[in-house]
Design a protein around this ligand. Structure first.
Ligand SMILES: [Fe+2]
Length: 250
């Protein structure tokens, strides 16, 4: 499996506390069948992307060294989880923040007080620069929980979605689970990631979490969400299409 969303790097955001925690998370990944991890530290401001990528790449270099020394067979790829607000209209370096220098950009938004119209404007701005936005954990946003049609229409416009494994395993709230399940079942999500922040709190023990996934999500869809789509992203290729159906609140 490939984990496309992980705060595996130490001392760069609120993820792994130190290098030992990063290594522990890599061991957990290996035990759980994850062999590739995209490191996606939070980026809060878009005005110093170069400084961010320099720091991130240095953390990746050190972690890779230790992984080799400890014979942990997990590969680390560069990425970012970019917080999008009005600053996006002034960002000139978005392409620096993509996953593994591909066309794909993992984004998150404010959890509150955001109008859908704003989200459309932000996503337009990203698409205009030639990038493909992947919205991280859509199921966690109240405005999507309350408006499934917004998800339908974003998907129709080419936006991709990454669910958190914990949401699908009912380890988050009920509303999070319901939207995540609906999206996974109906082919609206392209990725399942862990969004792991530490070896203990919202960890990356995905094989354990998968035991709690609803049993009626097809093995093919799971394979696409846990592996194939992320593989395409890493190679900067088109993400496989799932037979997408509209979702509606029950
Ligand atoms: Fe995250």
């Amino acid at each position: 499996m490939i984990d496309i969303h992980s705060h595996i790097l130490n001392n760069i955001d609120d993820g792994a506390r130190d290098l030992e925690a990063s290594l522990k998370m890599c061991r957990i990944a290996q035990e759980n069948g994850i062999d590739r991890i995209v490191a996606t530290p939070h980026v809060r401001t878009m005005d110093n992307a170069a400084a961010f990528t320099e720091k991130r790449d240095e953390r990746i270099r050190v972690l890779r060294e230790r992984l080799a020394e400890e014979s942990i067979a997990v590969e680390i790829f560069p990425g970012a989880e970019v917080f999008i607000d009005d600053d996006i209209f002034f960002a000139d370096d978005l392409t620096r923040l993509t996953i593994n220098s591909s066309r794909y950009l993992l984004v998150e938004f404010s959890f509150r007080n955001l109008r859908l119209r704003k989200i459309y404007e932000y996503l337009d701005e990203i698409v205009k620069t030639g990038l493909v936005p992947i919205i991280a954990h859509p199921e966690r946003y109240e405005y999507f929980q309350e408006d499934y049609d917004a998800v339908n229409s974003l998907a129709k416009n080419g936006v991709l979605f990454q669910l958190n494994a914990a949401s699908l395993a009912s380890l988050d709230g009920r509303r999070e689970f319901e939207l995540a399940y609906s999206m996974a079942y109906n082919g609206l999500a392209s990725f399942i990631g862990t969004d792991a922040h530490s070896p203990v709190h919202r960890s990356n023990n995905i094989a354990q979490m998968m035991q709690f996934f609803p049993a009626d999500i097809s093995p093919h869809k799971l394979e696409v969400m846990l592996h194939d789509s992320a593989k395409a992203v890493l190679a900067d290729e088109a993400v496989p299409r799932l037979g997408r159906k509209q979702i509606s609140r029950r």
